[in-house]
Design a protein around this ligand. Structure first.
Ligand SMILES: NC(=O)c1ccc[n+]([C@@H]2O[C@H](COP(=O)([O-])OP(=O)(O)OC[C@H]3O[C@@H](n4cnc5c(N)ncnc54)[C@H](OP(=O)(O)O)[C@@H]3O)[C@@H](O)[C@H]2O)c1
Length: 242
């Protein structure tokens, strides 16, 4: 048996950096993205895999391949998420008011931000190492108790639903994959395509680089006790109220 790190959403700003830092730390990394993206700077211990997570059978195949290769997962990070962009021919933009809510856009948010990560959590339960970490990149705006500003209905609700999925799955992982700590991670506001249109009001010192948030993620998750989880943590390691 060998151990690997699995990054899902490996072509994104945070995903790409996760692959780089883990590979530079001598981990064998499986980099999963829709396109099978690979970066010229990634070393030889990175394997790029194409998988469209909207098709559950493709998730199942990636996980079956790990098992048949005799690999277990020491760390899995699902970075998949969407705030704006083109999905199935519709232009998704975060809603500022109730009048902007519509079924197609809400479905797109839940599909990408909640359902895809949940299906990975479902399929990974049987292949985690004895001492493992499973992180879903969430967001502080998914905190129900922290919601003071309103707006961004679909993004907020889909991240809150993701958090609930992790909270619920952690109970079952506690029986079936006892050694796995589950984490919902808030990366801060990070300079990637996802935040790019919304960076105008962000103070320069509050706009993090992918390098910074990824090194924080790897640092604060190093010694988490699975029995104390699931964790909802920000980039500084501070717990966020659910
Ligand atoms: N950047 C921020 O300020 C910020 C703040 C809070 C939370 N987050 C969260 O951090 C995570 C990573 O975001 P990022 O900043 O790195 O953004 P990004 O560069 O846009 O990457 C987003 C990732 O999500 C996947 N994705 C996007 N749209 C998709 C769709 N329609 N169907 C399937 N997969 C889709 C892509 O996966 P492929 O590689 O497969 O294409 C991509 O790798 C997200 O979950 C986001 O919500 C980011």
């Amino acid at each position: 048996m060998s151990e690997v790190s699995l990054i899902i959403g490996a072509s994104g700003g945070i995903g790409r950096e996760l692959v780089s830092q883990l590979a530079d730390n001598d981990n064998d990394v499986i980099a999963v993205s829709r396109s099978g993206f690979t970066d010229d700077n990634w070393p030889d211990n990175v394997t790029s895999v194409a998988c469209d997570s909207h098709d559950e059978s493709q998730i199942e195949n990636v996980v079956k391949q790990l098992s048949s290769d005799g690999q277990t997962v020491r760390m899995a990070v699902c970075t998949v998420g969407m705030l704006h962009g083109e999905v199935d021919g519709i232009n998704v933009q975060p809603e500022k008011q109730l009048e902007s809510l519509n079924e197609k856009q809400l479905s797109a948010y839940f599909s990408v931000n909640t359902i895809i990560p949940s299906l990975w959590v479902k399929h990974l339960v049987g292949v985690m190492s004895n001492n493992a970490l499973l992180v879903c990149v969430s967001a502080r705006v998914g905190s129900i108790s922290d919601n003071r500003l309103g707006g961004w209905y679909g993004y907020r609700a889909s991240k809150a639903a993701l958090n609930m999925m992790i909270k619920t799955a952690a109970i079952e992982y506690g029986r079936r994959a006892k050694g796995t700590a589950l984490v919902c991670y808030h990366p801060g506001t990070v300079d990637t395509a996802l935040s790019e249109p919304f960076q105008g009001n962000v103070k320069p010192e509050k706009l993090f680089t992918p390098e910074f948030t990824v090194s924080q993620l790897l640092k604060i998750t190093r010694d988490l006790d699975p029995k104390e989880g699931p964790y909802y943590l920000d980039w500084d390691g501070e717990p966020i109220n659910w």
